[in-house]
Design a binder for this molecule. Structure first.
Ligand SMILES: *[C@@H]1O[C@H](CO)[C@@H](O)[C@H](O)[C@H]1NC(C)=O
Ligand SMILES: *[C@@H]1O[C@H](CO)[C@@H](O)[C@H](O)[C@H]1NC(C)=O
Ligand SMILES: *[C@@H]1O[C@H](CO)[C@@H](O)[C@H](O)[C@H]1NC(C)=O
Ligand SMILES: *[C@@H]1O[C@H](CO)[C@@H](O)[C@H](O)[C@H]1NC(C)=O
Ligand SMILES: *[C@@H]1O[C@H](CO)[C@@H](O)[C@H](O)[C@H]1NC(C)=O
Ligand SMILES: *[C@@H]1O[C@H](CO)[C@@H](O)[C@H](O)[C@H]1NC(C)=O
Ligand SMILES: *[C@@H]1O[C@H](CO)[C@@H](O)[C@H](O)[C@H]1NC(C)=O
Ligand SMILES: *[C@@H]1O[C@H](CO)[C@@H](O)[C@H](O)[C@H]1NC(C)=O
Ligand SMILES: *[C@@H]1O[C@H](CO)[C@@H](O)[C@H](O)[C@H]1NC(C)=O
Ligand SMILES: *[C@@H]1O[C@H](CO)[C@@H](O)[C@H](O)[C@H]1NC(C)=O
Ligand SMILES: *[C@@H]1O[C@H](CO)[C@@H](O)[C@H](O)[C@H]1NC(C)=O
Ligand SMILES: *[C@@H]1O[C@H](CO)[C@@H](O)[C@H](O)[C@H]1NC(C)=O
Length: 551
């Protein structure tokens, strides 16, 4: 398909004081049916960049907790600048940078008008493969600005286009109430991601992309979003809507779901409603839509720190039932393979669970019966941080499946259990039912959750992990091969010499380990069935627990 992209000199960027030096770059222009965008050419990276291209209307007011609406037509025939980062979706927390207590939810960078994508395209791109990145951040923070794909596009020799999406977060994306069902407003953060993928299908050709060669990639809650998209798009009524053909998931975050109308979510919604001085009755949603953004931002932040039984974070996807987008239990649908055909490359980190559980799970060593106390503390974790039922057989079985003697201490034991439930087993269930799939384990020390961001988006995250160009090739090379050719192994020239190819994932057997020890920053190894990826026995057990208990 021919691209409608044209190139004009960006004379507007010439500053008066330095006018003797004319910029050598030009500004690419893309005309969409509803707006015309002028991006910029980054001379140093050689890419055409469009920041803040709208894929949906503002989500303020009547569009709150309503599925993303199509972009309104731009009035007049003005050209919109796509040269600065768009506003972020309102953040409920600042992540690791500022403590939650010191966080000011009324940042000027945040706006409910936030459904934008950033696009990074090689100049004169024509029918190139497309990578869509869905960022992580617990469904309550982060935005497109931290995820600049330039290094990987450069590593690919400019052979794909990067699209970085934003989606609603915190209470704006995941405040759950059955009242939202009629406007398809439940799980808005997930349906926003789906809307952005439909936008890619409709418009990416204007930027030189091939809509039939789309790879979606997400990490942490971005990966979790993809697990939910796989589940939702596998529904009978959506079977023919093809939004991607390749999938990459890095440590996908699969929190316990539960029904959107559960007492837990209902109580949270009622409390939120009352805190906004709205009546807790059928008018609640209408009133919340009349409430100012600032009041809601403050409440979104305030409620973020209230965690309840069985819920590791305040804002999580829930099961909608018939008529919704997330009709069924995602764990069950993955386990049964009710997902669209895709080529899938996915993995988790060696220590994904390490920072997610308290070190106080390890009892003091002077206690009379350490193993009994360790079991009691593990059981307590299962019934407070996960919705397991006190005294149930499932609690006993979980304790047996993770014998203390397998681990250095009870914290490591709990960490393994946490990472199986939340990060590793979701990967395994998905790959187990997929014909063309590959698994990795990221074991670059210390391999705690999200350390891999250093090798995905090194501009922003380069301090997270030891930098090694060899490892970069080992990690990103096969990913680029998948993006451009549906297999991580087709382009061995993208990998460092002697880097082993990915074995096809069969029956939880083989996987590629990206293994860099502190002493030896070099390359990768193939491992066999280590517990860090969630053994079959453990993942089968967790699938059954999640199916039986509807989470
Ligand atoms: C242009 O690209 C360079 C190199 O990739 C990068 O450091 C810089 O931040 C980019 N500039 C803009 C305005 O995006
Ligand atoms: C686009 O950006 C340029 C340079 O910052 C500015 O001069 C121009 O007014 C902007 N155009 C619009 C429509 O905002
Ligand atoms: C990079 O792409 C250019 C243009 O398509 C091509 O001429 C060149 O051979 C490629 N280089 C490598 C190393 O693949
Ligand atoms: C990738 O970056 C290097 C170093 O900046 C540069 O020399 C090379 O031309 C870039 N490759 C492409 C395809 O732009
Ligand atoms: C209701 O929300 C407030 C914060 O606004 C919190 O302090 C309180 O614990 C919540 N109550 C319930 C029952 O969730
Ligand atoms: C709710 O009403 C009370 C009493 O009038 C007031 O103090 C409080 O600031 C109001 N809260 C919000 C979020 O408007
Ligand atoms: C919301 O605002 C509209 C228009 O201002 C008004 O008609 C409606 O009664 C309000 N609803 C609630 C529940 O406050
Ligand atoms: C709650 O949602 C479930 C689907 O998750 C549905 O089967 C059930 O009927 C709903 N109950 C009510 C009271 O709406
Ligand atoms: C165990 O040691 C801690 C200090 O390390 C002490 O506070 C505690 O009383 C001791 N408990 C027993 C049962 O000796
Ligand atoms: C410690 O507790 C376990 C489990 O309750 C029990 O089987 C074991 O006999 C106890 N050991 C001692 C030394 O009391
Ligand atoms: C990629 O590899 C697969 C086998 O894994 C093969 O079927 C396919 O044709 C290859 N595609 C390209 C573009 O090389
Ligand atoms: C990583 O490599 C080291 C050294 O070769 C080896 O001892 C260790 O078992 C490997 N770890 C994994 C997870 O493969």
């Amino acid at each position: 398909m021919t691209t409608l992209k044209t190139v004009l000199p960006l004379l507007a960027l010439v500053s008066v004081t330095t006018s003797s030096v004319l910029p050598r770059w030009a500004a690419p222009i893309v005309k969409l049916p509803y707006a015309t965008y002028q991006g910029f050419h980054n001379e140093s990276s050689g890419l055409d960049i469009f920041l803040g291209v709208r894929y949906a209307a503002s989500t303020e007011g009547q569009n709150r907790w309503r599925e993303a609406q199509p972009p309104l037509e731009q009035s007049g025939d003005g050209i919109l600048n796509a040269t600065v980062f768009p506003p972020q979706c309102p953040q409920a927390t600042a992540g690791g940078i500022i403590s939650a207590a010191d966080y000011n939810p009324l940042q000027s960078e945040d706006s409910e008008d936030c459904l934008f994508v950033n696009i990074y395209a090689p100049p004169n791109a024509d029918n190139l493969p497309v990578l869509v990145w869905i960022h992580g951040g617990g469904w309550d923070h982060n935005s497109a600005r931290e995820f600049d794909p330039t290094p990987s596009i450069n590593y690919s020799n400019n052979s794909f286009i990067g699209v970085i999406i934003q989606y609603r977060l915190g209470a704006f994306g995941f405040l759950n109430s059955p009242l939202m069902k009629q406007d398809k407003g439940l799980n808005a953060g997930i349906t926003d991601a789906a809307a952005s993928l439909r936008w890619v299908q409709n418009y990416i050709n204007h930027f030189g992309g091939n809509k039939d060669q789309v790879t979606i990639w997400g990490q942490s809650s971005g990966g979790g979003t993809i697990l939910h998209l796989l589940s939702a798009q596998g529904e009978k009524n959506r079977e023919n809507e093809k939004l991607w053909n390749n999938v990459i998931m890095s440590s996908p975050y699969l929190t316990p779901m539960g029904s959107c109308n559960s007492t837990y979510w209902q109580t949270q919604f009622d409390n939120f409603t009352a805190s906004a001085n709205c009546s807790v009755d059928a008018s609640a949603l209408d009133c919340l839509r009349n409430t100012s953004t600032d009041v809601l931002k403050t409440l979104s932040h305030k409620f973020d720190s209230i965690l309840g039984k069985g819920h590791p974070s305040a804002y999580e996807p829930c099961i909608e039932g018939e008529g919704g987008y997330l009709v069924g239990n995602t764990a069950e649908r993955l386990k049964n393979g009710n997902i669209p055909n895709s080529y899938i490359l996915a993995g988790s980190n060696y220590n994904d669970g390490f920072s997610m559980v308290s070190t106080s799970l390890t009892p003091p060593s002077n206690i009379t019966n350490v193993s009994a106390e360790a079991d009691a503390r593990l059981a307590n974790l299962l019934i407070t941080d996960f919705p397991l039922i006190q005294g149930s057989e499932d609690v006993q079985r979980a304790i047996e499946l993770y014998p203390l003697s397998d681990f250095v201490d009870n914290h490591a034991r709990a960490a393994e259990l946490y990472q199986d439930i939340i990060f590793a087993c979701g990967v395994d269930w998905t790959l187990d039912k997929t014909q063309d799939s590959w698994r990795y384990l990221y074991a670059v020390k210390d391999a705690i959750h999200a350390r891999d961001n250093a090798y995905e988006f090194p501009y922003f995250y380069n301090t997270l992990s030891p930098y090694s160009p060899t490892l970069y090739g080992s990690y990103i090379g096969p990913i680029i091969s998948l993006i451009i050719s549906n297999s991580p192994n087709n382009y061995s020239n993208l990998r460092p010499p002697n880097d082993p190819s990915y074995p096809i994932y069969l029956d939880m057997g083989e996987y590629k380990v990206l293994n860099v020890t502190v002493a030896n920053i070099s390359d990768s190894y193939i491992g066999q069935n280590q517990q860090q990826i969630g053994t079959r026995e453990r993942c089968d057990f967790w699938a059954q627990v999640r199916i039986d208990n509807y989470w």
